[in-house]
Design a protein around this ligand. Sequence first.
Ligand code: HEM
Ligand code: HEM
Length: 173
Amino acid sequence: MNGQRYSLPAIALHWVQAVVVLWLLWLGWTMVDLPKGAERSAAFVLHKSLGLLALLLVCLRIVWRRGNPPPRAISGGWEARLGTATHHALYFFLFMAPVAGFLASSFTPYAIKFFGFELPKVGWPDESLNGIFKLLHESFIWVIAGLIALHVTGALKHAIKRDGTMQRMLPGR
Ligand code: HEM
Ligand code: HEM
């Protein structure tokens, strides 16, 4: 199916994931500056749950997209190519960043919980492995932040031009 607009599940997944990822960026950058204590621990616990939710959402999006290809870009040439490349890079890093976060957290003494449900740990307390995956997590996050800035700028440009690109990522006719 390569219709004129995104399917309703693709639209719903896009906006839910956009909110979750923007929340995670804000939460991640603020929680690391909190002093050690209950507030910092609660923020980390929430961050891990939301991060795993973001991982689940990107997997669902990728699976859905394979069966339901997105509509062809309205613009042509370099703009369409840049848009498609940005989307592919977003999918890649939206998958890699939470995996790196999960691995970083796996090489600590702390349990990883998904909204209260304890997950099996794939690692053991190891400071150097924890450090490597933390660095990867942080690097992937910066790439995601750059891609989102580019993506939102592009989306706003289309919205101003009113060329229909924004409409097809919104519910309605
Ligand atoms: C908050 C402002 C945002 C706006 C206005 C926006 C708007 C849009 C629009 C209009 C499209 C369709 C583009 C097209 O038809 O070529 C789109 C696609 C997409 N957006 Fe966003 N977006 C936003 C935030 C985000 C965020 C935060 C993420 C990452 C979590 C994201 C990830 C994506 C991806 C991966 C696609 C490609 C969908 C596909 O073709 O499979 N967006 N966005
Ligand atoms: C798309 C999903 C995710 C996003 C956008 C995200 C975002 C962030 C951000 C912005 C930071 C702050 C980085 C800094 O120090 O400057 C951070 C740190 C962290 N994230 Fe994530 N994260 C995600 C998924 C996850 C997952 C799934 C886990 C673990 C299950 C996780 C665990 C952590 C940990 C433990 C830190 C603190 C690292 C430190 O102590 O320096 N994150 N994350």
